[in-house]
Design a protein around this ligand. Structure first.
Ligand SMILES: *[C@@H]1O[C@H](CO)[C@@H](O)[C@H](O)[C@H]1NC(C)=O
Length: 147
């Protein structure tokens, strides 16, 4: 039993060490191209921000989510993209990202920098692979690996 716990810990740490660099800095430029791109919380992993806001994998990569598809189609932060509700939770992308009046442009401080929510994940039904409460148990790791 003790051995199992120990080997689990060793394997997990090894895996995290190997995989963590891959997760860092995916699409840094796209994060600059949406309001509060560095402040979007990952609803499935409390305390972490989503690095790949437009992707299914929160650390970037994988298929695009609804917001990522809309962003790619729009080619940037347009008023149509801002007014759309890409994750269908009843709150527009602009309202989720702190640009309720859709007047933000790159380099500016958005109208609001707090209360940011994820524009590609439904707030009411985030469909987390690992439940947030379970993720919280591993908060120490998120502190270690959050860049
Ligand atoms: C956007 O409009 C709001 C409301 O008129 C204003 O408070 C805010 O300063 C404007 N933001 C920018 C970046 O122009």
């Amino acid at each position: 039993m003790m051995l199992n716990v120990l080997s689990f810990a060793v394997w997990s740490l090894t895996l995290m060490t190997v995989l963590a660099p891959l997760a860092v800095d995916s699409y840094p430029s796209n994060r600059d191209r949406i309001p509060n791109g560095y402040r979007v919380p990952d609803p499935c992993r409390p305390g972490r921000t989503a690095q790949g806001v437009g992707h299914v994998l929160a650390d970037g990569g994988g298929a695009r989510n609804g917001f990522g598809q809309a962003f790619a189609a729009a080619g940037g932060w347009t008023s149509a993209l801002c007014n759309a509700d890409s994750d269908g939770d009843g709150i527009s992308n602009g309202a989720e990202l702190g640009d309720p009046n859709c007047n933000w442009s790159q380099g500016q401080t958005p109208e609001s920098t707090s209360g940011i929510t994820h524009p590609g994940i439904n707030n009411d039904n985030p469909n987390c692979f690992v439940p947030p409460w379970l993720w919280k148990l591993f908060l120490g790791w998120t502190v270690i690996f959050e860049p």
